[in-house]
Ligand binder design. Sequence first.
Ligand code: KG4
Ligand code: ZN
Length: 352
Amino acid sequence: GNDLVVLGIETSCDDTAAAVVRSDGEILSQVVSSQADLLARYGGVAPKMAEEAHSQVIDQVVQQALDEANLTEIDLSAVAVTIGPGLSLCLRVGVQKARKIAGSFNLPIVGVHHMEGHALVARVLEKELQFPFLTLLISGGHNLLVLARDLGQYLQLGTTIDDAIGEAYDKTARWLGLDMRRGGPALEELAREGNADSVKFSVPMKQHKDCNFSYAGLKTQVRIAIASKSIDPETPISSASCKDRSARADIAASFQRVAVLHLEERCERAIEWALKIEPNIKFLVVSGGVASNQYVRTRLDHIVKEKGMQLVCPPPSLCTDNGVMIAWTGIEHFRKGRFDPPPPADEPEDAV
Ligand code: KG4
Ligand code: ZN
């Protein structure tokens, strides 16, 4: 149909998210329940704990998304849900919820790939963004350069051979004694106080003339720099002396400069590669949690403009994990007839 209303559910990692989106791109509601507090306390994602946290809030998050959209389940055209990649225990919470609703209200289900969601959500607000386009997806778990040739037709140009950039941000933030509930953004803020040329980190994979990434080596360089400046990660930045704070800010700024230089170099090359395959690409879409970083946006905007192209970055709330990207990608597939029929209404929960 023309006017679809789709509920999107996302539970692949540490956020429980739901949203209702219409096929004209209007976002009717968007709800995110974050496990950041839990993560900061335990220093990482423990699958069993994350699953429990999702289970505790999933009903409430979905209900709130419907309430804020002023809708009930019967108004929906379909339910979209993340089916991967992610922690399987966590994914299951979302999939079970989606199947329960779809079964009870006779709705089709659209299974969505999380990274496709990150890429396609850019099309909600940027109506000019047509296939084919190039996309850089940068988050805690992924670092991908993908040529999106058409819906469902993705050519991977590069990926990380070890860590993703978000992981490097998170670890660096922790070692600098920053608030782990918001490691990436806290590091971005601290970097503004520092001198980006003060610590000499080397740009990863200079000698590899491809589009792959590596952040494990940079993490090690940072750890060594922190030790050599006698910075104690156990001392929160709020209790650091003036001199100590400025040493931390210098590391933050220097790390960020090199981490993003690596992105810049890879994007430049990927644009050249992509233009050989699809000479008409006009857009680089940058999405995923790290794309909410203003320094990243500014630097990549520069590269893209030099190549005569345009940068598209979703607003920060649509860059980090959210339900809108899942609902929207569901809409795109549903329109092309790609969905599963409603599951049986009396399906037992553990059937999934
Ligand atoms: O896409 P996302 O919400 O979840 C994953 O799929 O991983 O991305 C989360 C990642 C985390 O590593 C977080 O530190 C990072 O995105 N991030 C940032 C910023 N905001 C979030 N990194 C750098 N600067 C930011 N402003
Ligand atoms: Zn993500």
